[in-house]
Design a binder for this molecule. Structure first.
Ligand code: AVJ
Ligand code: FE
Length: 434
């Protein structure tokens, strides 16, 4: 058990870190850019802003604090299930100044509640869960807003230094053998783990090989140059239909000019760097690449075993490197750098068996459908995970440069439709050991 004062400070810091990022993402463009819809796939930035405040109001002021609703009238506007993203610009949304005032008002009251509520007992407050959940929710929308920024046309609004050079000069093997046997998947101990990560359970995973690093732009270019997008045999039936219908020939934001690949990233066009992990590919493209390479995507349990299993102790760690929280020398997280680091970076973030960059850089597609673990219980609301379980959604693991550490760990599960590629999605490949 953690000292209640330390828990309060941790919750306060997580909320503050999220709000600082939200502030940057919603003040770096002018009013018309906040209320515009930059892509039918995304909400206007000002919707995300007020939705962040509305979720915080519902869970921390009303559910935890027992307060009356501050703005019950706006609940339906910011309910993600009532209005699909494409519809949101036509709603009577709060204007930017009103939205800012609203989230500020909610936060002030939340900090008062955090000082007086006992962070023990009922599952919603135990170990500060609801505060952690809301910090994660805001950070997830900060990633969503960064995607909106990437889709936005026009000059750069955000800048960040490139990732530090952490390469250790080691000659890395292409792949790492993960021995067969049981391991513990999921968690019952991590206090702020969300419902879909629970409970911890044993899984038998046969031996397999997994790429030491995510697949790079250079490797992906060889797939393109080899006619990967033109050859039916690498693709599933759905994947082939999808790339044909949309005329896809490269990752999103790439363009061929003068014999080289260029891409637009946060308002700047640059040559595609061959050593960086590929990003903005759909599950269909990741799956086709793996087949072309004579390999396959890892399953979700293979990914988690590679990331957490310590063969010496037999236990599962919180992160590849151990149980300590992420640090800037171990993983590229938190929008500190607005790009993935070159493949092979972050030796200090390697797993027990030497797999690198499992946490941060790019989300990694797995072959698995998004399904509940044995013993799953929806908490605290069915709409977080449960309504998405089934074959429509594929699981992504490991977080990206755009995810904050509060919403990223060895057990964290993300999911999306296999057609999606505006997200910061990459992948690595695997093969059976037999
Ligand atoms: C877990 C990233 C799929 O953004 O749709 C945000 C997170 N849930 N608000 C999403 C979420 C409710 C969710 N993902
Ligand atoms: Fe949300």
């Amino acid at each position: 058990t953690i000292d209640p004062e330390a828990l309060r400070r941790r919750a306060e810091k997580a909320l503050r870190t999220a709000r600082d990022r939200t502030h940057t993402l919603t003040t770096c463009v002018d009013e018309p850019d906040l209320t515009a819809q930059h892509s039918p796939l995304m909400s206007p930035l000002v919707w995300d802003l007020a939705h962040i405040g509305n979720q915080e109001e519902q869970w921390l002021l009303r559910a935890v604090g027992g307060c009356d609703a501050l703005r019950p009238d706006i609940d339906p506007l910011y309910d993600a299930f009532e209005h699909p993203r494409a519809e949101r610009p036509s709603l009577p949304l709060l204007a930017p100044a009103e939205a800012r005032g609203y989230v500020h008002e909610v936060r002030g009251r939340v900090l008062d509640i955090l000082e007086r509520v006992e962070l023990r007992g009922a599952p919603l407050v135990d170990a500060g869960f609801a505060f952690g959940m809301i910090a994660q929710h805001e950070q997830q929308h900060d990633e969503t807003m960064l995607i909106t920024h990437q889709l936005r046309r026009g000059p750069a609004a955000l800048t960040a230094p490139p990732p530090p050079d952490t390469a250790d000069g080691a000659v890395l093997p292409e792949e790492v053998l993960i021995p067969g046997g049981p391991f513990t998947m999921g968690t019952s101990a991590e206090p702020w783990a969300l419902d879909n990560e629970r409970p911890a359970h044993r899984r038998l995973v046969p031996a397999f090989h997994i790429d030491t690093t995510p697949v790079t732009n250079g490797a992906y270019q060889r797939f393109i140059a080899d006619g990967g997008y033109a050859e039916r045999r690498w693709w599933t039936a759905e994947g082939w239909a999808y790339i044909r219908e949309h005329g896809l020939t490269a990752p999103l934001f790439w363009r061929r000019e003068g014999g080289q690949w260029l891409r637009r990233r946060f308002g700047v066009t640059e040559p595609v760097p061959p050593e960086e992990p590929v990003v903005h590919v759909s599950w269909y493209e990741a799956d086709a690449y793996a087949r072309w390479a004579g390999r396959r995507l890892p399953t979700e349990e293979e990914w988690e075993k590679a990331a957490r299993h310590d063969p010496d102790s037999g236990r599962s760690r919180r992160y590849p490197w151990g149980d300590a929280d992420p640090t800037p020398d171990r993983a590229n997280l938190g929008q500190r750098h607005l790009r993935p680091a070159p493949a092979g970076s972050y030796p200090r973030g390697a797993s027990a068996l030497g797999v690198r960059q499992l946490i941060g850089d790019v989300w990694e597609w797995t072959s698995s459908d998004f399904l509940p673990y044995p013993g799953f219980r929806a908490f605290p609301y069915r709409e977080y995970s449960e309504v998405f379980f089934g074959p429509a959604y594929k699981v992504l693991r490991g977080g990206s440069f755009a995810v904050d550490e509060v919403a990223c760990r060895g057990t964290f599960r993300n999911w999306d439709l296999p057609v999606r590629r505006q997200i910061f999605s990459g992948f690595r490949t695997a093969r059976d050991a037999s």
